[in-house]
Design a protein around this ligand. Structure first.
Ligand SMILES: Cc1cc2nc3c(=O)[nH]c(=O)nc-3n(C[C@H](O)[C@H](O)[C@H](O)COP(=O)(O)OP(=O)(O)OC[C@H]3O[C@@H](n4cnc5c(N)ncnc54)[C@H](O)[C@@H]3O)c2cc1C
Length: 407
């Protein structure tokens, strides 16, 4: 008789595990507290990166038997890099630096693509259920706490497909904002790596900035967002349970690009149950060095403001001129080199806090940072007008799928 495997969470990591296990003949049950895969999100665009490994991620997915053609994606080899002084330059690479996918419950979203693969493999998915984690072998339930948040607006636009990435400590405290446009739908998002009382004011100011610098002809649809949980556990397998994706602390502390880690860890979990590898060993070898490097980068970024962000942007462009490839800089940023490795004990002590979770695991967690004095400023007229525009959109039924209470 085939062994039954129960998985908590029907997101990317859980469904990646489930698909591989079911294809090998296991009886797999996935339990999700929400009504559908992707319901945690609401049509947000996200980027799957191609800089933490030499292998193109879609090729890697295919090598695992996961089909990236199951969901819609748009590859980009070029972005606008917006410096803190509003200069716009363009890192560029041959091939794809990243691919934009959509998160949510529509058929073309990545979450639904993974769901289709799982169902085709024979996985049993149970939605709207509360399952005891102790009855599951794989925990794939995503983030629990908030170390940072992202808050964005989705809108109609007639601007062609485009991606812009902005380093700006005022509009996105400690982090970055971005603009993604795919086939007439745009998303402007600001990421807050320092906790703020009213996240809406950062989004309004960010939208005002993009309205001024791009011809968007923006017609707001809804506002979306979510949280990121950044914590490194002492063990990835605890009391017989394998922790994958963000539930296992496999997240990018620097910029929050967690999808690749989530899918990869889901695959390793399945292989480990199938006796093809040891999960703990594989994660420590393949993913933990990247996670630690991203935490060290985050520690450094937390000490910076716009002046240093400008230097980073300049360095990125100088590196592109020297190497002829805008992706080399991003690959270097995630390389666990000697200098960064030497900083690890300081980062652990200075940025992370030891915490025992309710499931008994000990983690070193990055708390949501407190605001700084410079985070308080008067909104511009443009931002106030955007705030009013959003109020009217809401009155007409514009949905807010994430608010202050979600933090
Ligand atoms: C606004 C935002 C923007 C982001 N942008 C990017 C990006 O551009 N690129 C990138 O790579 N990453 C991005 N991320 C991070 C990325 O979304 C996550 O790292 C990734 O989805 C983690 O996958 P996962 O499988 O761990 O969790 P998820 O894919 O979120 O799946 C977790 C599942 O568990 C379910 N669940 C939760 N609690 C329970 C429970 N108690 N019982 C049962 N089920 C439960 C949830 O409903 C969900 O279906 C972003 C995150 C946010 C919030």
């Amino acid at each position: 008789m085939s062994e039954r495997i129960d998985i908590l969470g029907a997101g990317l990591s859980g469904l990646a595990s489930a698909t591989i296990l079911a294809r090998e003949g296991k009886e797999v049950h996935v339990h999700d507290i929400r009504a559908d895969s992707g319901a945690r999100f609401d049509g947000d665009f996200q980027g799957i990166e191609n800089w933490t490994s030499e292998i193109d991620f879609f090729d890697e997915m295919r090598s695992w038997g996961l089909d990236p053609d199951e969901f819609k994606s748009n590859g980009f080899g070029i972005i606008d890099l917006i410096h803190p002084d509003d200069t716009i330059t363009q890192p560029i690479t041959d091939g794809y630096a990243f691919r934009v996918i959509e998160r949510g419950t529509d058929p073309h979203c990545i979450d639904q693509g993974f769901k289709r693969m799982a169902l085709a493999a024979g996985v049993n998915i149970h939605y709207n259920v509360k399952k005891d984690p102790n009855e599951c072998q794989i925990i794939a339930a995503g983030p629990k706490d908030s170390s940072a948040i992202a808050f964005g607006e989705i809108f109609h636009t007639d601007h062609p497909n485009h991606v812009a990435f902005q380093l700006n400590d005022k509009l996105a405290p400690g982090a970055y904002s971005y603009l993604i446009i795919i086939d007439g739908i745009g998303l402007i998002c600001t990421c807050l790596w320092r906790q703020q009382k009213k996240s809406g004011r950062y989004l309004n100011e960010t939208i005002a900035w993009y309205d001024e610098h791009y011809e968007l002809n923006r017609q707001p649809i809804k506002r979306v967002g979510g949280k990121g949980d950044f914590a490194i556990p002492n063990k990835y397998v605890h009391e017989g349970k394998i922790y994958v994706g963000e539930a296992g602390g496999l997240q990018d502390f620097m910029w929050g690009f967690g999808m690749r880690y989530a899918i990869t860890s889901g695959v390793y979990a399945a292989k480990s149950i199938l006796g093809k590898c040891d999960y703990e060993t594989e994660i420590r070898k393949q993913l933990l060095p990247l996670v630690k490097t991203s935490a060290i980068n985050r520690f450094l970024m937390n000490r910076l403001g716009d002046r240093a962000f400008k230097q980073i942007a300049n360095h990125w462009m100088r590196n592109q001129k020297k190497t002829g490839d805008g992706l080399t800089f991003m690959k270097w940023v995630y390389q666990p080199g000697i200098f960064r490795r030497a900083l690890w004990p300081i980062v652990k002590l200075g940025m992370l806090r030891k915490k025992t979770l309710t499931d008994g695991r000990t983690v070193h967690r990055m708390p949501f940072r407190k605001p700084l004095v410079r985070d308080v400023w008067e909104p511009s007229e443009g931002a106030n007008a955007i705030g009013e525009q959003w109020k009217n959109t809401r009155k007409r039924g514009g949905n807010l799928s994430f608010g202050e209470s979600d933090m």
